[in-house]
Write a protein that binds this ligand. Structure first.
Ligand SMILES: [Zn+2]
Length: 406
């Protein structure tokens, strides 16, 4: 009878997620059953955690996996949902893909953009030739969308060798005549995987590519370029890697050193490109993958006045350093462009909330990207306007320049 009631008490405590306090010896906070000691500088062994200096303890219950541990924050602070941007935005990093295929689909794109106050989408889908012509004709045929979508031209990096540059420039000029307003998104495969005909890796700063970048300067086309991927994707996938879950979920994001160049090697090649072509305007996508090191990004922008940066898909790094990110945006307010990357309309409001509020400790929209919460960085209106649309207008003469707020 007595045993049965103890078992019952234990099970009901576990059922509501509480430890069974009654079963524990009472001898002061933090005491109890002890643990294993470690030497100064050592880490606790797997399965245990440091409860006092150099004292490790294992939990009484099996720990949930990182997939299943979803604690609810008890913090209560003012929260402001921001469904629409405060000023009309230009999404410089658009991937509308199939939505530029027909009158109906482009109309549905317009409805989504209206709900977010995104006035203009720049399609960075690397289109060229026939595909670009088809997209432009769908855009031009839409009374509602003809001034609200512009396309970037792609560059084909296969068979780089004698004669390649002339062919590529000819195609680019044709794409500009068809309506392209810039170049991109130059994909991360430039540097990571694309090979030259002799089998060697096509480096980002390969001299055979020089004529195309110079042509972009002559044609006043900004070059939107994505180089490498987050630094952690190049690191060992272990319990210290802050992108462990993402790397475990997506096999194509792993860049082991035996098969890929190192992150720093790609950064060096990209910076050589920026340095070699000072008259060409480059927009480094994803804040050049330095959103986790804004000092380094600031140095890049200071060293290369021809370089701008775009903030798609790095909100998790901006929102976890609200004071530093605020100051960075104020300092470099003329050099940062809004962009979203993957087109998921329900994710844009997280951007508006980070940029426009000083809300605290709220969820990012993708748990596997970030095991932490975000904070608003509360940008001044003048900075919001530059980041949302003015900088993109300035760099890209092909975007309709009238009708924007002052
Ligand atoms: Zn992209």
């Amino acid at each position: 009878m007595r045993l049965a009631s103890i078992v019952l008490a234990f099970t009901s405590a576990v059922a509501v997620g509480q430890p069974a306090f009654a079963q524990q010896p009472i001898s002061g906070r933090g005491a109890g059953r002890g643990g294993n000691t470690i030497a100064p500088g050592e880490s606790c062994p797997p399965g245990s955690t440091e409860i006092r200096p150099r004292l490790c303890r294992e939990p009484d219950f099996p720990a949930p996996s990182i997939l299943d541990y979803r604690p609810h924050s008890t913090l209560t602070t003012p929260a402001h949902k921001v469904p629409q941007a405060k000023y009309p935005a230009i999404d410089f990093h658009g991937h509308p893909q199939g939505l530029l295929g027909s009158a109906e689909s482009i109309a549905s794109l317009g409805t989504s953009l209206d709900s977010l106050n995104v006035r203009m989408m720049i399609a960075a889908d690397n289109m060229s030739g026939e595909r670009l012509l088809r997209a432009v004709s769908v855009i031009n045929a839409s009374p509602k969308m003809k001034d609200r979508v512009r396309v970037l031209a792609g560059v084909n990096f296969s068979n780089v060798g004698p004669g390649w540059a002339e062919r590529a420039i000819k195609q680019l000029e044709a794409d500009v005549a068809a309506g392209a307003v810039g170049v991109g998104e130059i994909p991360k495969s430039l540097g990571l995987t694309i090979k030259k005909p002799d089998g060697s890796r096509l480096k980002i700063d390969d001299p055979e590519l020089d004529p195309i970048w110079d042509a972009c300067a002559r044609l006043k086309l900004p070059v939107f370029i994505h180089t490498a991927d987050p630094q952690e994707f190049f690191e060992p996938i272990d319990s210290k890697n802050e992108r462990w879950l993402e790397l475990a979920l997506f096999s194509d994001r792993r860049y082991p050193p035996e098969r890929f160049p190192k992150f720093e090697e790609l950064m060096t090649e990209r910076d050589n490109l920026f340095r070699k072509h000072p008259k060409t305007t480059f927009v480094a996508a994803h804040m050049a993958w330095y959103a986790n090191d804004l000092g380094r990004l600031g140095k890049l922008l200071t060293d290369y006045p021809n370089v701008y940066t775009e903030l798609g898909a790095v909100l998790y790094d901006l929102g976890r350093q609200p004071r530093g990110a605020h100051d960075f945006f104020v300092t470099y307010q003329d050099r940062i462009l809004f962009g979203k990357d993957s087109f998921q309309p329900e994710e844009y409001p997280s951007y508006w909330r980070v940029f426009e509020t000083h809300d605290e400790y709220f969820d990012y929209y993708r748990g596997y990207h970030a095991f932490w919460k975000l904070y608003g960085i509360d940008l001044p209106d003048e900075v919001l306007k530059k980041v949302y649309f003015q900088n993109a207008l300035k760099l890209t003469p092909g975007i309709p320049q009238s009708g924007w707020p002052r």
